[in-house]
Write a new protein. Structure first.
Length: 203
């Protein structure tokens, strides 16, 4: 692709590194930015810089946060005896949007996937086990995607949790196989959490 400007080419190259953004879309975005007032582009650049340098992972649940402990974990009105295990921050956002869940979370930051070279030690599973051992956790909800990787991870976590005196449940199967939580509508996801069942009964 021929570019009229070296600076434009640099922006297109960087934007096209983002997921689902091809060179043509990146070019349209760069042209859009060029048409905006300079302060708007500067504000965007500043927001991205602050997001990248200021965002951290919650030391309790591993969700992204602006502080050492995220707003959910710091909220004393949440039920800290109820722990929902999810793959990543997108699932936290999806469940929070249902307004049906009042417990706290544990973000694994991935799923067990031998094909991709991702094992249990690459996730925050050990942190989860330590949390269950040290805290007053009464129930762990496995809210992982219904993919092969999600089911494999759920089963692994379930087997590890059998050593503790904790109830293990999973979201109800209103979610189709291979569906991701982030793309599930809020009503279905909310009902799936409310109608959760004991994990052992789904094996």
């Amino acid at each position: 692709m021929h570019y009229p400007s070296r600076l434009m080419e640099q922006v297109v190259e960087e934007l096209s590194k983002l997921p689902t953004i091809g060179k043509r879309t990146a070019m349209r975005l760069s042209l859009h930015l060029l048409k905006q007032q300079p302060e708007q582009a500067i504000a965007l650049s500043h927001a991205i810089e602050q997001f990248r340098t200021g965002t951290q992972y919650c030391e309790q649940c591993h969700n992204i946060s602006d502080t050492a402990v995220c707003n959910i974990c710091a909220n004393t009105m949440r039920d800290h005896s109820l722990l929902c295990v999810v793959e990543d921050v997108r699932d936290v956002m999806a469940i929070e949007n249902t307004a049906q869940y009042k417990g706290v979370y544990h973000v694994l930051n991935g799923l067990v996937s031998p094909m991709d070279g991702i094992g249990p030690d690459d996730l925050t599973i050990n942190s989860l086990l330590q949390k269950v051992q040290n805290n007053q956790v009464a129930e762990v909800i496995l809210a992982l995607n219904t993919t092969v990787e999600g089911e494999t991870t759920s089963f692994y976590v379930f087997k590890r949790l059998q050593h503790f005196n904790v109830k293990v449940t999973t979201i109800a199967r209103g979610i189709a196989h291979n569906d991701a939580l982030e793309y599930t509508d809020e009503l279905t996801l909310g009902k799936s959490i409310a109608n959760r069942i004991n994990y052992e009964y789904v094996r």
